[in-house]
Design a protein around this ligand. Structure first.
Ligand code: GLC
Length: 803
């Protein structure tokens, strides 16, 4: 896990910037200047409880759903970033007040560090002769957020401090546009025996199958307690801040007696004041537990188990050990140390914590499952815990209708979903199931049973997937191309095919790739007739794409309902789109000459130093017939920005096209750790959703970090395409396409019960363009694929020599 150990060499210059650095002693990023260009956050989630915390200390907590089950209040204002749960200190003798994270007081610290790690964030500050370490994290198994606090008296006189924890209860849907309305239903209570503040809400503005009409209680009770008995507490915000007061200098911290106000008539908060006496040079540890449970009794039990420094310490150790263990079996080592740190630790943590478990980022508080999104993300589990991917497949299968269609997204808890006429969502079930099968060979997954949303009878996964295919086949134009409906992968192409006449070239390519996979799956599972039908469909589809989808210099994106072209040289905006070029290569749709031409067009029109643009030129005025993509400011997100999800696919396509120079450029372009933060703005340790394109005055500025499908994909692309260790139908293929400046790379990963250690080396003695040479456990292999039986069990050494 050690960055220095990972790479075998010291961290190079450029590995740090003016705001912070990777520490090199574990997957940790330390921020030393809190005034980062945007909030640099950590999304710390477990399968149920989650929190986001930024380097200012702002952020919030949720349970089960980061939008419907928000426990503590937060305002999404990324410019101020001053809203959240805070810990104050007050010197009881002098009255000096400060916060142990920059927000809300912004003290002039003698020392500051914010350490974002996998599963925890720690603030280390020094102020007024007191050093503080404040660590926030989630218990790995219980729905408890924990704070560990360590105070050190650096001076020679005894100190009498008060620690004051503060948060605002939300207990329901957030953001709430009707705060005064929701306030009417909140209730707080002080439990003197436990020194805890409880909160619940008598109203939950969510109608759902499970909970009925929205005239219901919020189904959780929350509570905050300190490991030491508070001497006073407060449940009402006005009682804490004072009239028109402010969190930077709350009236309650001006000293004196608090007037506790709990019940149903205040503005619900929890504030706990705990006296701490510190002898000269003494250290003192305390902690807080923020628990969430289905009932008051269970919340009390959680408090009783977890409100001690020993319990908090044990949970913190378990959290870090859990992440180390989870990520340990699959590691890469390349000549680019920042890529190793990202690929081994940060982007996998990003995918699991933010995308799969938390479904939350600072720029998007979602909570929902995107039908295509978390399915794709779940592929991250394939090498380490493939059954988690299988469970995700089952969950999504159960969100399909009997006619094959699916919900575009749905909310766990409420089961409310969004039905659209997007035409690709349903096919991702087939895509991810094929990935699972290539990796594991466990064909029994096809018999896994799940109900439909509108038919409770459980049906096999194979049946679910066939219904998805059949629906897409039914929605095909007379020219043999699938309709685009209200969008395909690209949500912003929301009006291209509303009348079911517009066609999608990208979707046709995606489908063609799937049909090839499902020919194999059907053949191997004894369904020769379906395999033959799919082979014929693929042949016809590839012919239709090449007949109607080729624009002359590249592939079109789509046709509109009125038959006009999108992504054509004849367009002044949106002349060329990335996805149809790279998927023509990835899905083996383009004949070699066209593959070369469309990749050349990508290089000429789309590749920038910030990555490959999703389209160019950007739309600069709304086009009602295309969709909301044209309403984004030019260069933002899908409208001509680098959309990193697709940008990762472009790296795979460059590998497949064997353009090593392009692979190197694109890998550098997408690497957040190599950016100038004053231009790039976003966190250096995780991927952003998008980077502004050239039509924006801020070309190169990143945003929408954490909550992006690119994290899981970049990991896969690095493993399977750049290092080229790729599970295929007949076994593991070794097919690296290293950037030209790389001489060496390594990977360890599990494969069907074995551990495979792969060393990739350049061998100048190999003839130009020669295929790679593979040896297994010292024995030269005839080809580049090793069949599973050859690596059954144990550890195997593979040496791959490439030119
Ligand atoms: C968003 C959506 C994702 C979509 C992408 C491109 O990230 O969640 O499903 O593919 O945008 O529009």
């Amino acid at each position: 896990m050690n960055a220095t150990r990972n790479t075998g060499k010291p961290l190079p210059a450029g590995f740090e910037n003016r705001y912070g650095r990777f520490t090199g002693d574990g997957p940790e990023y330390v921020i030393t200047d809190p005034r980062t260009p945007r909030p640099w956050v950590n999304v710390i989630a477990t399968p149920r409880l989650g929190l986001v915390v930024s380097q200012t200390g702002s952020g919030f907590t949720w349970i089960d759903n980061s939008q419907l089950g928000v426990i503590t209040r937060w305002q999404q204002d990324l410019t101020q970033d001053a809203s959240g749960k805070f810990l104050y200190l007050r010197d009881a003798e002098t009255g000096t007040v400060w916060s142990v994270s920059p927000a809300p007081v912004w003290p002039a610290y003698a020392r500051f560090a914010c350490r974002h790690a996998l599963g925890s964030t720690t603030f280390e500050t020094e102020f007024d002769g007191i050093a503080t370490r404040w660590t926030v994290f989630c218990h790995p198994d219980e729905t408890v957020e924990m704070w560990r606090v360590e105070l050190v008296n650096l001076g020679d006189r005894p100190r009498h401090l008060e620690a004051c924890a503060y948060l605002e209860w939300n207990c329901g849907v957030a953001p709430s546009p009707r705060r005064e309305f929701t306030r009417l239903f909140l209730e707080t209570a002080f439990d003197p025996a436990r020194g805890a503040v409880f909160a619940a809400s008598h109203m939950w503005e969510v109608g759902s199958k499970r909970f009925g009409h929205w005239n219901t209680d919020f189904p959780y009770v929350a509570a905050l307690a300190c490991t030491e008995r508070p001497d006073t507490a407060q449940g009402d915000k006005l009682g804490f801040t004072g009239r028109y007061g402010d969190l930077r200098a709350p009236q309650a911290l001006a000293g004196g007696v608090w007037a506790p106000d709990f019940g149903r008539h205040g503005d619900a908060i929890a504030a706990l004041r705990t006296p701490v006496a510190l002898a000269p040079r003494a250290t003192h540890a305390l902690g807080y537990a923020l628990v969430v449970a289905e009932s008051r009794t269970r919340a009390e039990a959680l408090l009783d188990r977890n409100t001690s420094v020993a319990a908090i310490d044990a949970a913190l150790d378990a959290t870090h050990a859990g992440w180390r263990h989870r990520l340990a079996a699959h590691r890469v080592r390349t000549p680019e140390p920042t890529l190793d740190i990202l690929a081994n630790d940060w982007i996998r943590y990003q995918a699991i914590s933010s995308r799969i478990w938390g479904r939350c980022g600072y720029y998007q508080q979602s909570g929902a499952y995107g039908y295509r999104d978390q399915l794709q993300d779940s592929q991250l589990w394939l090498t380490i815990e493939p059954e988690r991917c299988r469970a995700q497949i089952a969950l999504h299968a159960a969100h399909q209708f009997a006619d094959g269609s699916v919900v575009h997204w749905w909310h766990p808890l409420s089961e409310q979903g969004h039905v659209t006429t997007m035409t690709d969502d349903l096919l991702w079930l087939a895509f991810v199931a094929a990935s699972y099968l290539r990796e594991t060979g466990r064909f029994e997954i096809l018999q896994d049973r799940a109900p439909f949303l509108d038919d409770a009878e459980p049906r096999s996964l194979f049946d679910h997937i066939m219904r998805a295919f059949q629906r897409v086949f039914r929605r095909t134009s007379p020219r043999g191309l699938p309709y685009i409906g209200a969008g395909d992968w690209n949500d912003g192409l929301s009006a291209v095919g509303l009348e079911e006449r517009g066609e999608s070239v990208w979707l046709a390519e995606f489908l063609a790739g799937l049909l090839a996979d499902w020919c194999v799956i059907c053949t191997r599972s004894g369904r020769a007739e379906v395999a033959a039908e799919f082979a014929e469909r693929r042949r016809a589809l590839v012919a239709a794409i090449n007949e109607h989808g080729w624009d002359g210099g590249w592939y079109l994106r789509a046709t509109l309902d009125d038959g006009s072209l999108l992504g054509s040289a004849s367009n002044s905006r949106g002349r060329i789109f990335l996805n149809p070029q790279i998927w023509a290569v990835l899905a083996d749709v383009a004949p070699p000459e066209r593959a070369a031409r469309c990749m050349a067009a990508v290089k000429e029109h789309l590749v920038t130093e910030a990555g490959a643009l999703l389209l160019a030129p950007a739309f600069d005025a709304p086009v009602a017939e295309i969709g909301y993509i044209t309403r984004y400011a030019p260069g933002l997100r899908e409208n001509g920005g680098v959309y990193t999800h697709a940008a990762t696919w472009s790296i795979a396509a460059a590998c497949k096209a064997r353009d090593a120079e392009l692979v190197g450029r694109l890998l550098t372009a997408i690497n957040p750790a190599l950016k100038d933060p004053d231009r790039y703005w976003a966190e250096p340790y995780v991927l952003p959703g998008n980077v502004d394109g050239p039509a924006s005055p801020h070309h190169g500025r990143a945003g929408w970090t954490w909550y992006t499908g690119s994290a899981a994909w970049l990991h896969r692309v690095v493993s399977e395409w750049v290092l080229g260790v790729r599970p295929e139908w007949d076994g593991m293929r070794f097919d690296p396409c290293l950037p030209p400046q790389w001489a060496h790379a390594e990977m360890t990963r599990p494969y069907r019960g074995a551990t495979v250690h792969v060393v990739i080396e350049r061998d100048a003695a190999l003839p130009e363009r020669s295929p790679v040479r593979v040896s297994l456990d010292g024995v030269d292999q005839p080809g580049t694929v090793i069949a599973p039986p050859a690596v059954a069990g144990g550890r195997h050494e593979v040496l791959v020599r490439c030119r």
